[in-house]
Write a protein that binds this ligand. Structure first.
Ligand SMILES: Nc1ncnc2c1ncn2[C@@H]1O[C@H](COP(=O)(O)OP(=O)(O)OP(=O)(O)O)[C@@H](O)[C@H]1O
Ligand SMILES: [Mg+2]
Length: 213
C-alpha cells in the first residue's frame, strides 16, 4: 500500500502525519518505510536521527529519495510506503498521487490554507485521480468548534472528503517531535488517543479504498 502526504502549502503537518502513521502501522505489525521526498529539508530523515539517538522503539525506516519514481520502487519491499512530499508539490504531486492508494492533504481551518489545498486537490482530480482517494486531514489546528464546523462546511461545498478526528496544534506534540516521537507516543493520554483515533480513521479509509480498487 502507498499513502502520500501532498500539499500546496508548506508546514501544514505532512511530515508529522507521516511519522504518526508510520509508528501506528508498525505497531499493528506492518512493515513500513517513510520515503522522505523533501530532500532540501529532510525533515523525516532528521526526525529519525533524533528518534534513534533517543533509542525510541519501534525503529522507523526512513530514506531520502530524489525522485518519486525511485521512492515508489520501495513499495514492493514494504507493506506500507509513506510518501512524505515537499511543499508546493505541483510537479511531483501528480506522480505521487497516481501511485498512491490514498492521498492525504493536511490543512488548518483558515481559508488561506483551505483555498490553496482545495486547489491542489482539484488539480489532482483534473489529473485523473479519483475523488474517493483524496482526503483532507485537519492538522495543526487551533480554534473553536465553530471554526471546525465552518471549515467542514467549506469542504463539503467543495465536495472534498475530510476525516472526523483532527490533530490539534499543541506544544506537547511539538516537543514530542523534537524528541523523536510521533504524536501518538507523547505522555499525555488524551492527546495520544486523539492521534491514534486519527491514524485509525486513515487506516480504515486506506483499507476500504484498497479493497474497492
Ligand atoms: N500537531 C502539532 N502540534 C504542534 N506542532 C506540530 C504539530 N504538527 C506539526 N507540528 C510542527 O510544525 C512544524 C511543521 O510540521 P511538519 O514538518 O509536519 O509540516 P510539513 O507539512 O511536513 O512541512 P513542509 O512543507 O516544510 O514539509 C514542525 O516543526 C512540526 O514539529
Ligand atoms: Mg515535511
Amino acid at each position: 500500500m502507498i499513502i502520500s502526504l501532498i500539499s500546496q502549502k508548506g508546514g501544514v503537518g505532512k511530515s508529522a502525519l507521516a511519522r504518526l502513521l508510520a509508528v501506528e502501522y508498525i505497531r499493528a505489525g506492518w512493515t513500513v518505510k517513510i520515503a522522505d521526498l523533501d530532500t532540501m529539508q529532510g525533515t523525516s530523515t532528521k526526525w529519525k536521527a533524533r528518534r534513534d539517538r533517543a533509542g525510541i522503539t519501534p525503529e522507523v525506516p526512513v530514506e531520502k529519495f530524489a525522485t518519486v519514481e525511485r521512492a515508489i520502487r520501495e513499495a514492493e519491499r514494504f507493506d506500507l510506503l509513506l510518501l512524505d512530499g515537499p511543499a508546493h508539490a505541483e510537479q511531483g504531486g501528480r506522480s505521487m498521487a497516481k501511485a498512491s492508494d490514498l492521498i492525504l492533504i493536511p490543512s488548518c481551518y483558515g481559508l488561506d490554507d483551505l483555498e490553496a489545498q482545495v486547489e491542489a486537490a482539484y488539480e489532482l482530480e483534473e489529473g485523473g485521480i479519483n475523488r474517493d482517494r483524496i482526503w483532507f486531514v485537519f492538522s495543526r489546528v487551533t480554534g473553536s468548534p465553530a471554526e471546525d464546523e465552518a471549515a467542514r462546511e467549506y469542504l463539503e461545498r467543495a465536495k472534498i472528503n475530510v476525516f472526523e478526528p483532527v490533530l490539534p496544534e499543541l506544544p506537547s506534540i511539538r516537543q514530542g517531535h523534537n524528541g523523536g516521537k510521533a504524536a501518538s507516543e507523547i505522555s499525555f493520554p488524551v492527546i495520544r488517543e486523539r492521534a491514534i483515533a486519527l491514524a485509525l480513521a486513515i487506516a480504515t479509509q486506506a483499507r476500504s479504498v484498497k479493497e474497492a480498487a
